[in-house]
Ligand binder design. Structure first.
Ligand code: NAX
Length: 327
Protein backbone atom coordinates (compact mmCIF):
# COMPACT_ATOMS: atom_id res chain seq x y z
CA UNK A 1 0.00 0.00 0.00
CA UNK A 2 1.50 3.35 -1.07
CA UNK A 3 1.69 6.56 0.99
CA UNK A 4 -1.58 8.57 1.04
CA UNK A 5 -2.04 11.29 -1.58
CA UNK A 6 -4.06 14.42 -0.91
CA UNK A 7 -7.06 15.06 -3.16
CA UNK A 8 -9.31 18.12 -2.99
CA UNK A 9 -12.96 18.31 -4.01
CA UNK A 10 -14.52 21.79 -4.09
CA UNK A 11 -18.25 22.37 -3.88
CA UNK A 12 -18.03 19.43 -1.51
CA UNK A 13 -21.43 20.08 0.07
CA UNK A 14 -23.16 20.11 -3.34
CA UNK A 15 -24.98 17.42 -5.28
CA UNK A 16 -22.25 16.30 -7.72
CA UNK A 17 -19.75 16.00 -4.88
CA UNK A 18 -22.18 13.81 -2.95
CA UNK A 19 -21.89 11.11 -5.64
CA UNK A 20 -18.25 11.84 -6.53
CA UNK A 21 -16.86 11.50 -3.01
CA UNK A 22 -18.16 7.95 -2.77
CA UNK A 23 -16.47 6.94 -6.03
CA UNK A 24 -13.12 8.51 -5.08
CA UNK A 25 -13.06 7.23 -1.50
CA UNK A 26 -13.97 3.74 -2.69
CA UNK A 27 -10.73 3.58 -4.68
CA UNK A 28 -12.32 3.72 -8.12
CA UNK A 29 -10.22 6.65 -9.37
CA UNK A 30 -6.70 6.37 -7.97
CA UNK A 31 -6.71 2.62 -7.49
CA UNK A 32 -7.58 0.11 -4.81
CA UNK A 33 -4.11 0.30 -3.24
CA UNK A 34 -3.86 4.10 -3.04
CA UNK A 35 -4.62 5.61 0.37
CA UNK A 36 -6.20 9.05 0.34
CA UNK A 37 -6.53 12.20 2.39
CA UNK A 38 -9.59 14.08 1.15
CA UNK A 39 -9.84 17.83 1.63
CA UNK A 40 -13.31 19.22 1.11
CA UNK A 41 -13.77 22.90 0.24
CA UNK A 42 -17.04 24.78 0.35
CA UNK A 43 -18.17 28.27 1.38
CA UNK A 44 -18.70 29.26 5.05
CA UNK A 45 -22.56 29.02 5.03
CA UNK A 46 -22.26 25.37 3.89
CA UNK A 47 -19.97 24.19 6.71
CA UNK A 48 -22.90 22.62 8.61
CA UNK A 49 -24.00 20.61 5.58
CA UNK A 50 -20.38 19.67 4.90
CA UNK A 51 -20.09 18.30 8.43
CA UNK A 52 -22.89 15.87 7.54
CA UNK A 53 -21.00 14.76 4.43
CA UNK A 54 -17.91 14.17 6.56
CA UNK A 55 -19.95 12.05 9.00
CA UNK A 56 -21.21 9.94 6.12
CA UNK A 57 -17.71 9.47 4.71
CA UNK A 58 -16.58 8.21 8.12
CA UNK A 59 -19.63 5.97 8.36
CA UNK A 60 -18.84 4.38 4.98
CA UNK A 61 -15.72 2.92 6.64
CA UNK A 62 -13.66 3.17 3.47
CA UNK A 63 -10.39 1.28 4.02
CA UNK A 64 -8.40 3.69 1.80
CA UNK A 65 -9.57 6.92 3.41
CA UNK A 66 -7.07 7.95 6.07
CA UNK A 67 -8.32 11.49 6.79
CA UNK A 68 -11.09 13.91 5.78
CA UNK A 69 -10.53 17.65 6.17
CA UNK A 70 -13.54 19.95 5.66
CA UNK A 71 -12.69 23.64 5.26
CA UNK A 72 -13.76 26.99 3.85
CA UNK A 73 -10.14 28.08 3.45
CA UNK A 74 -8.58 27.46 0.02
CA UNK A 75 -5.07 27.55 1.56
CA UNK A 76 -5.98 24.52 3.70
CA UNK A 77 -7.93 22.76 0.95
CA UNK A 78 -5.20 22.97 -1.70
CA UNK A 79 -2.22 22.19 0.57
CA UNK A 80 0.00 19.57 -1.11
CA UNK A 81 -2.79 18.17 -3.29
CA UNK A 82 -1.93 15.81 -6.14
CA UNK A 83 -5.38 16.03 -7.76
CA UNK A 84 -8.10 18.68 -7.67
CA UNK A 85 -11.74 18.26 -8.63
CA UNK A 86 -13.01 21.83 -8.96
CA UNK A 87 -16.75 21.24 -8.83
CA UNK A 88 -17.93 24.20 -6.75
CA UNK A 89 -19.22 27.22 -8.61
CA UNK A 90 -21.91 29.85 -8.35
CA UNK A 91 -25.15 28.42 -9.77
CA UNK A 92 -27.17 30.40 -12.29
CA UNK A 93 -30.02 32.14 -10.48
CA UNK A 94 -33.28 33.34 -11.98
CA UNK A 95 -32.82 36.58 -13.88
CA UNK A 96 -29.06 36.16 -13.99
CA UNK A 97 -27.45 36.88 -17.35
CA UNK A 98 -24.79 34.51 -18.70
CA UNK A 99 -22.35 37.40 -18.29
CA UNK A 100 -23.15 37.79 -14.56
CA UNK A 101 -22.59 34.08 -14.04
CA UNK A 102 -19.29 34.17 -15.89
CA UNK A 103 -18.15 37.16 -13.92
CA UNK A 104 -19.01 35.57 -10.53
CA UNK A 105 -17.30 32.32 -11.44
CA UNK A 106 -14.21 33.86 -12.94
CA UNK A 107 -13.58 35.48 -9.55
CA UNK A 108 -13.88 32.11 -7.78
CA UNK A 109 -11.47 30.42 -10.20
CA UNK A 110 -8.97 33.25 -9.93
CA UNK A 111 -8.82 32.71 -6.15
CA UNK A 112 -8.53 28.94 -6.58
CA UNK A 113 -5.83 29.31 -9.25
CA UNK A 114 -3.79 31.44 -6.85
CA UNK A 115 -4.33 28.93 -4.04
CA UNK A 116 -3.22 26.06 -6.28
CA UNK A 117 -0.16 28.08 -7.30
CA UNK A 118 0.81 28.71 -3.69
CA UNK A 119 -0.11 25.45 -2.00
CA UNK A 120 -0.59 22.49 -4.38
CA UNK A 121 2.04 20.07 -5.69
CA UNK A 122 3.54 21.34 -8.93
CA UNK A 123 2.40 18.21 -10.76
CA UNK A 124 -1.20 18.52 -9.52
CA UNK A 125 -3.84 17.32 -12.01
CA UNK A 126 -6.74 19.79 -12.10
CA UNK A 127 -10.20 19.03 -13.44
CA UNK A 128 -12.70 21.89 -13.66
CA UNK A 129 -16.33 20.80 -13.58
CA UNK A 130 -17.98 24.06 -12.42
CA UNK A 131 -19.40 26.09 -15.27
CA UNK A 132 -18.42 27.72 -17.54
CA UNK A 133 -15.91 24.88 -17.17
CA UNK A 134 -13.57 25.59 -20.12
CA UNK A 135 -13.11 29.27 -19.34
CA UNK A 136 -12.87 28.63 -15.60
CA UNK A 137 -10.01 26.20 -16.30
CA UNK A 138 -8.26 28.81 -18.43
CA UNK A 139 -8.56 31.43 -15.67
CA UNK A 140 -7.39 28.98 -13.03
CA UNK A 141 -4.29 28.18 -15.08
CA UNK A 142 -3.64 31.87 -15.76
CA UNK A 143 -3.44 32.54 -12.01
CA UNK A 144 -1.26 29.50 -11.33
CA UNK A 145 1.82 30.29 -13.44
CA UNK A 146 4.10 27.95 -11.46
CA UNK A 147 2.06 24.90 -12.54
CA UNK A 148 2.29 23.70 -16.18
CA UNK A 149 -0.80 24.73 -18.16
CA UNK A 150 -1.15 21.13 -19.39
CA UNK A 151 -2.21 20.30 -15.81
CA UNK A 152 -5.47 22.28 -16.13
CA UNK A 153 -8.39 20.58 -17.85
CA UNK A 154 -12.15 21.01 -18.19
CA UNK A 155 -14.76 18.28 -18.16
CA UNK A 156 -16.43 17.23 -21.40
CA UNK A 157 -16.40 13.55 -20.46
CA UNK A 158 -20.06 13.69 -19.46
CA UNK A 159 -20.89 14.86 -23.00
CA UNK A 160 -18.77 12.03 -24.43
CA UNK A 161 -20.50 9.48 -22.19
CA UNK A 162 -23.88 10.87 -23.27
CA UNK A 163 -22.86 10.56 -26.93
CA UNK A 164 -21.77 6.94 -26.44
CA UNK A 165 -25.02 6.13 -24.68
CA UNK A 166 -27.05 7.56 -27.57
CA UNK A 167 -25.18 5.51 -30.17
CA UNK A 168 -25.23 2.32 -28.07
CA UNK A 169 -28.98 2.62 -27.56
CA UNK A 170 -29.63 3.33 -31.22
CA UNK A 171 -27.63 0.26 -32.27
CA UNK A 172 -28.90 -1.90 -29.43
CA UNK A 173 -25.34 -2.79 -28.41
CA UNK A 174 -23.38 -2.73 -25.17
CA UNK A 175 -21.88 0.66 -24.42
CA UNK A 176 -18.45 -0.91 -23.99
CA UNK A 177 -18.52 -1.74 -27.72
CA UNK A 178 -18.85 1.94 -28.67
CA UNK A 179 -15.56 3.83 -28.89
CA UNK A 180 -13.86 7.03 -29.98
CA UNK A 181 -16.77 9.43 -30.17
CA UNK A 182 -15.41 12.96 -29.82
CA UNK A 183 -16.62 16.13 -28.17
CA UNK A 184 -15.03 19.20 -29.72
CA UNK A 185 -15.03 22.66 -28.17
CA UNK A 186 -16.91 24.14 -25.28
CA UNK A 187 -18.91 22.31 -22.60
CA UNK A 188 -22.01 24.24 -23.67
CA UNK A 189 -24.73 24.00 -26.26
CA UNK A 190 -22.18 24.92 -28.96
CA UNK A 191 -20.09 21.76 -28.42
CA UNK A 192 -19.77 19.45 -31.42
CA UNK A 193 -20.37 15.76 -30.69
CA UNK A 194 -18.68 13.96 -33.58
CA UNK A 195 -19.18 10.31 -34.54
CA UNK A 196 -17.00 10.42 -37.68
CA UNK A 197 -14.16 8.45 -36.03
CA UNK A 198 -16.35 6.39 -33.75
CA UNK A 199 -16.63 2.62 -33.90
CA UNK A 200 -19.20 0.14 -32.64
CA UNK A 201 -18.15 -3.50 -32.43
CA UNK A 202 -15.08 -2.53 -34.46
CA UNK A 203 -17.08 -1.06 -37.38
CA UNK A 204 -17.30 2.65 -38.25
CA UNK A 205 -20.36 4.24 -36.67
CA UNK A 206 -20.88 6.10 -39.96
CA UNK A 207 -21.49 2.72 -41.69
CA UNK A 208 -24.05 1.70 -39.10
CA UNK A 209 -26.03 4.88 -38.44
CA UNK A 210 -27.63 7.22 -41.01
CA UNK A 211 -25.71 10.45 -41.68
CA UNK A 212 -28.95 12.44 -41.36
CA UNK A 213 -29.23 11.35 -37.70
CA UNK A 214 -25.53 11.87 -36.93
CA UNK A 215 -25.63 15.41 -38.30
CA UNK A 216 -28.87 16.51 -36.64
CA UNK A 217 -30.69 14.73 -33.79
CA UNK A 218 -27.54 13.08 -32.43
CA UNK A 219 -25.79 16.45 -32.17
CA UNK A 220 -28.72 18.32 -30.62
CA UNK A 221 -29.65 15.50 -28.22
CA UNK A 222 -26.13 15.49 -26.76
CA UNK A 223 -25.89 19.28 -26.75
CA UNK A 224 -29.20 19.62 -24.89
CA UNK A 225 -29.01 16.56 -22.65
CA UNK A 226 -28.22 18.61 -19.54
CA UNK A 227 -31.35 20.73 -20.06
CA UNK A 228 -33.43 17.57 -20.65
CA UNK A 229 -32.25 16.11 -17.33
CA UNK A 230 -33.11 19.36 -15.53
CA UNK A 231 -36.59 19.40 -17.12
CA UNK A 232 -37.24 15.83 -15.94
CA UNK A 233 -35.47 15.75 -12.58
CA UNK A 234 -35.93 19.40 -11.63
CA UNK A 235 -32.26 19.31 -10.72
CA UNK A 236 -29.15 19.23 -12.88
CA UNK A 237 -27.15 16.08 -13.72
CA UNK A 238 -25.30 14.89 -10.66
CA UNK A 239 -24.73 11.12 -10.63
CA UNK A 240 -23.65 11.10 -14.29
CA UNK A 241 -21.49 14.22 -13.80
CA UNK A 242 -19.74 12.58 -10.85
CA UNK A 243 -19.14 9.38 -12.84
CA UNK A 244 -17.69 11.42 -15.73
CA UNK A 245 -15.38 13.38 -13.41
CA UNK A 246 -14.13 10.08 -11.99
CA UNK A 247 -13.64 8.66 -15.53
CA UNK A 248 -11.67 11.77 -16.54
CA UNK A 249 -9.19 11.69 -13.66
CA UNK A 250 -8.92 7.90 -13.62
CA UNK A 251 -7.88 7.87 -17.28
CA UNK A 252 -5.46 10.77 -16.68
CA UNK A 253 -3.93 8.92 -13.72
CA UNK A 254 -3.73 5.43 -15.20
CA UNK A 255 -3.66 6.14 -18.98
CA UNK A 256 -5.81 5.10 -21.91
CA UNK A 257 -5.47 1.81 -23.73
CA UNK A 258 -3.85 1.94 -27.16
CA UNK A 259 -6.24 3.03 -29.92
CA UNK A 260 -8.86 4.45 -27.57
CA UNK A 261 -9.21 8.19 -27.11
CA UNK A 262 -11.21 10.30 -24.71
CA UNK A 263 -12.37 13.92 -24.79
CA UNK A 264 -10.92 16.51 -22.44
CA UNK A 265 -10.96 20.29 -22.40
CA UNK A 266 -7.26 21.17 -22.63
CA UNK A 267 -5.28 24.30 -23.44
CA UNK A 268 -5.13 24.46 -27.23
CA UNK A 269 -1.71 24.21 -28.85
CA UNK A 270 -3.12 25.23 -32.24
CA UNK A 271 -4.01 21.66 -33.31
CA UNK A 272 -6.76 21.44 -35.95
CA UNK A 273 -6.42 25.19 -36.52
CA UNK A 274 -7.99 26.01 -33.14
CA UNK A 275 -6.54 29.26 -31.72
CA UNK A 276 -3.91 28.76 -29.02
CA UNK A 277 -4.61 29.50 -25.36
CA UNK A 278 -8.27 28.67 -25.09
CA UNK A 279 -9.42 25.56 -23.25
CA UNK A 280 -10.95 23.47 -26.02
CA UNK A 281 -12.20 19.90 -25.89
CA UNK A 282 -10.09 17.62 -28.09
CA UNK A 283 -9.69 13.87 -28.41
CA UNK A 284 -6.65 12.86 -26.35
CA UNK A 285 -4.63 9.75 -25.59
CA UNK A 286 -2.91 9.46 -22.21
CA UNK A 287 0.37 7.77 -21.22
CA UNK A 288 2.50 8.26 -18.08
CA UNK A 289 0.00 10.84 -16.79
CA UNK A 290 0.53 13.05 -19.90
CA UNK A 291 -2.25 13.66 -22.39
CA UNK A 292 -1.59 14.18 -26.08
CA UNK A 293 -4.06 15.52 -28.63
CA UNK A 294 -4.84 12.84 -31.23
CA UNK A 295 -3.57 14.17 -34.55
CA UNK A 296 -4.54 13.64 -38.16
CA UNK A 297 -8.28 13.09 -37.83
CA UNK A 298 -10.30 14.27 -40.83
CA UNK A 299 -12.76 17.13 -40.42
CA UNK A 300 -15.25 17.70 -43.23
CA UNK A 301 -16.81 21.07 -43.98
CA UNK A 302 -19.82 20.31 -41.74
CA UNK A 303 -17.55 19.53 -38.79
CA UNK A 304 -15.38 22.55 -39.53
CA UNK A 305 -18.41 24.87 -39.46
CA UNK A 306 -19.42 23.42 -36.05
CA UNK A 307 -15.89 23.90 -34.69
CA UNK A 308 -15.95 27.53 -35.84
CA UNK A 309 -19.13 28.20 -33.82
CA UNK A 310 -17.80 26.74 -30.58
CA UNK A 311 -14.40 28.42 -31.07
CA UNK A 312 -16.08 31.79 -31.47
CA UNK A 313 -17.99 31.29 -28.20
CA UNK A 314 -14.81 30.33 -26.34
CA UNK A 315 -12.94 33.38 -27.66
CA UNK A 316 -15.81 35.61 -26.48
CA UNK A 317 -15.84 33.95 -23.06
CA UNK A 318 -12.08 34.41 -22.77
CA UNK A 319 -12.35 38.09 -23.61
CA UNK A 320 -15.13 38.64 -21.04
CA UNK A 321 -13.25 36.66 -18.40
CA UNK A 322 -10.02 38.57 -18.93
CA UNK A 323 -11.93 41.86 -18.72
CA UNK A 324 -13.31 40.77 -15.32
CA UNK A 325 -9.84 39.76 -14.12
CA UNK A 326 -8.24 42.98 -15.25
CA UNK A 327 -11.14 45.20 -14.18
P1 NAX B 1 -24.58 22.50 -6.31
O1 NAX B 1 -25.18 23.87 -6.32
O2 NAX B 1 -25.36 21.34 -5.78
O3 NAX B 1 -23.20 22.53 -5.52
C1 NAX B 1 -22.24 23.50 -5.74
C2 NAX B 1 -21.50 23.69 -4.44
O4 NAX B 1 -20.42 24.59 -4.70
C3 NAX B 1 -22.34 24.30 -3.33
O5 NAX B 1 -22.23 23.52 -2.14
C4 NAX B 1 -21.73 25.68 -3.16
O6 NAX B 1 -21.83 26.18 -1.84
C5 NAX B 1 -20.30 25.41 -3.57
N1 NAX B 1 -19.53 26.60 -3.88
C6 NAX B 1 -19.94 27.78 -4.42
N2 NAX B 1 -18.92 28.65 -4.46
C7 NAX B 1 -17.83 28.02 -3.98
C8 NAX B 1 -16.48 28.40 -3.78
N3 NAX B 1 -16.06 29.62 -4.07
N4 NAX B 1 -15.63 27.49 -3.25
C9 NAX B 1 -16.06 26.26 -2.92
N5 NAX B 1 -17.33 25.83 -3.08
C10 NAX B 1 -18.20 26.71 -3.61
O7 NAX B 1 -24.11 22.25 -7.82
P2 NAX B 1 -23.74 20.88 -8.54
O8 NAX B 1 -24.96 20.28 -9.11
O9 NAX B 1 -22.90 20.06 -7.64
O10 NAX B 1 -22.90 21.45 -9.78
C11 NAX B 1 -21.63 22.04 -9.61
C12 NAX B 1 -21.16 22.68 -10.90
O11 NAX B 1 -21.01 21.71 -11.92
C13 NAX B 1 -22.10 23.74 -11.48
O12 NAX B 1 -21.33 24.85 -11.89
C14 NAX B 1 -22.68 23.05 -12.70
O13 NAX B 1 -23.09 23.98 -13.69
C15 NAX B 1 -21.50 22.23 -13.15
N6 NAX B 1 -21.76 21.11 -14.07
C16 NAX B 1 -20.81 20.86 -15.01
C17 NAX B 1 -20.90 19.78 -15.86
C18 NAX B 1 -19.84 19.49 -16.88
O14 NAX B 1 -20.03 18.54 -17.65
N7 NAX B 1 -18.71 20.22 -16.97
C19 NAX B 1 -22.08 18.88 -15.83
C20 NAX B 1 -22.83 18.94 -14.57
C21 NAX B 1 -22.94 20.29 -13.92
O15 NAX B 1 -24.03 20.97 -14.47
Amino acid sequence: MSEPIRVVVTGAAGQIAYSLLYIIANGEVFGKDQKLVLTLLDIPPMMGVLEGVVMELHDCAFPLLTEVIPTADPAVAFKDVSAAFLVGAMPRREGMERKDLLSANVKIFKVQGEALNNHAKKDVKVLVVGNPANTNALICSHFAPSIPKENFTAMTRLDQNRARAQIAQRLGTDISNVKNLIIWGNHSATQYPDAANGTANGKPVTDLVEASYLQSDFVTTVQKRGAAVIAARKMSSAMSAAKAAADHIRDWWHGTESGRFVSMGVVSDGSYGIPKDIVFSFPVEIKNKQWKIVQGLKLDSFARSKLDITTKELLEEKEEAMAVCNG
